[in-house]
Design a protein around this ligand. Structure first.
Ligand SMILES: Cc1cc2nc3c(=O)[nH]c(=O)nc-3n(C[C@H](O)[C@H](O)[C@H](O)COP(=O)(O)OP(=O)(O)OC[C@H]3O[C@@H](n4cnc5c(N)ncnc54)[C@H](O)[C@@H]3O)c2cc1C
Length: 432
């Protein structure tokens, strides 16, 4: 019997799930609404477009993001392989050439005989087996259909994204190349602030005019309180917390001594390459809600960026996801519609790699009804978080060692490595 499935959304999770299931002999209908209908963040019609940063975070196994990648490799993740193929230098992080990456994923999907890529907005959940992978910007019509079918157990919040500037508009007599503590090649550009420049910048951020909530109001949602993650906090909000917050946070200068003078600046803004050719750089940690004109004025106060050309401004976007612990079965299908699964950010994870991971996991569950993954793994913890109700309001989960069951009697300095060793060994055994 031919196994058929509809996947809504050819983003990171939908593309991964489609490739996995096609390989297992499924006939996949992969629906993607772009370019006919764009989201507020996507800029192309490509599958698996990275909408903001080009970084999939650390590759080091003693970090949770790195461990997640090792787990994904062990389980045969497709998109991670492609990301590795299109990696650009970024120290120990996996950053990719976003255009080349998305182009490659799209061409593999288009040429896969098991996948039919249908360029169409899905406005109601189709019959049959379905994966909803519409992401944080799932279209309003589909959200409305879900509201009708599931009730109002949805949550939402807004994300902010960082600006990108062109490399040739930067003043390289001020800016220097260096990675923090010289780990990796000198992959980052660094803009050194002296004390006066730093406080002037902070004051400008504190006073900068921002977009107001109503400009982003969604007709279906009336609670306009902004709910940010700590790691997605707009830079101007951080600046408002205190004049020194930034220099002890995203602008901390430690490990970034200027190689020309060996001196440490008062604060340092890091810029990370956007592509292999290093023609464009994003402002690390500068996700923002400031108005475009204000961004230009304020970010040009950063030393070396006085003539910066902005290729993209920061902005804010809606993030939709379901209250998974209350609406999902143990196998991650919807209680109200057991033939329908969620994947990606929409299912309640947060981040590129996490979204890819959920595409892979859900595909494995649908194809092979796999048993719950070990609780010592990041993936096993994602799965548990999505099906375990708690007293607190459900918030999306990302890879972090705080999820892990404690390791008793292990030296603090070795803990992270031991978490990783234990997870990979358990996953290995589970796979067998
Ligand atoms: C503005 C923004 C910036 C982000 N920045 C980062 C970041 O820097 N780093 C990070 O790790 N994570 C970031 N995220 C979070 C998250 O990792 C990404 O959104 C990631 O792409 C989510 O993957 P996904 O597969 O869930 O959704 P997506 O990759 O967004 O894919 C969903 C796809 O579904 C399509 N679609 C939606 N509705 C329909 C419909 N009704 N019919 C057909 N197709 C539909 C969309 O067009 C899209 O292609 C960001 C999110 C947002 C919104």
């Amino acid at each position: 019997m031919i196994k058929e499935i509809s996947i809504i959304g050819a983003g990171l999770s939908g593309s991964e799930a489609a490739l996995q299931l096609a390989e297992k002999g499924w006939k996949v209908k992969l629906y993607e609404m772009r370019p006919g209908k764009m989201t507020p963040a996507h800029q192309t019609d490509k599958c698996a477009e990275l909408v903001c940063s080009n970084s999939l975070k650390s590759l080091r196994t003693d970090t949770a993001a790195g461990l997640l990648k090792e787990e994904l490799k062990l389980l045969g993740c497709k998109l991670l392989d492609i990301a590795m193929e299109y990696a650009v230098p970024a120290g120990h992080a996996l950053a990719v050439d976003r255009e080349a990456f998305a182009e490659k994923v799209t061409s593999i999907i288009e040429n896969n005989p098991g996948i039919e890529l249908i360029r169409k907005e899905v406005t109601a959940i189709p019959e049959g087996i379905v994966i909803l992978a519409g992401g944080p910007l799932t279209s309003d019509a589909l959200m409305q259909d879900l509201i009708n079918k599931l009730g109002e157990q949805h949550l939402y919040f807004f994300d902010a994204i960082a600006p990108i500037v062109s490399a040739d508009s930067l003043d390289r007599s001020v800016i220097f190349d260096k990675s923090r503590y010289d780990k990796g090649d000198a992959d980052y550009l660094n803009c050194p602030f002296n004390k006066e420049e730093y406080y002037e910048f902070v004051e400008a951020l504190q006073q900068g005019e921002k977009h107001t909530a109503h400009e982003f109001e969604n007709e279906f949602f009336h609670d306009l309180s902004f709910r940010f993650y700590e790691n997605c906090m707009p830079i101007e909000e951080l600046a408002r917390r205190g004049v020194d917050t930034l220099r002890f946070g995203v602008l901390r200068p430690v490990g970034l001594e200027d190689p020309r003078t060996d001196r440490r600046a008062f604060a340092v803004m890091q810029l990370r390459a956007e592509n292999v050719d290093r023609t464009a750089f994003n402002l690390v940690g500068c996700q923002t809600m400031l108005k475009y004109g204000v961004q230009k004025e304020i970010f040009r106060k950063i030393p070396g960026m006085q003539n910066a050309e902005f290729l993209r401004y920061g902005s804010i976007h809606r993030n939709s996801y379901l209250n998974s612990p209350y609406v999902l079965n143990e196998n991650l299908s919807l209680k109200a519609m057991p033939n329908v699964w969620l994947a990606g950010q929409f299912s309640g994870v947060e981040g590129y790699t996490e979204s890819i991971a959920m595409g892979l996991l859900v595909a494995m569950i649908i194809d092979s009804s796999v048993s719950l993954l070990p609780e010592t793994t990041i993936l096993g913890q994602f799965w548990r978080r999505l099906i375990t109700p708690s007293e607190q309001r459900f918030q999306p989960v990302n890879a972090n060692f705080g999820l892990m069951p404690e390791l008793i009697g292990i030296d603090k300095n070795k803990k992270k490595t031991e978490y990783a060793n234990r997870a990979l060994e358990d996953l290995h055994n589970w796979k067998k």
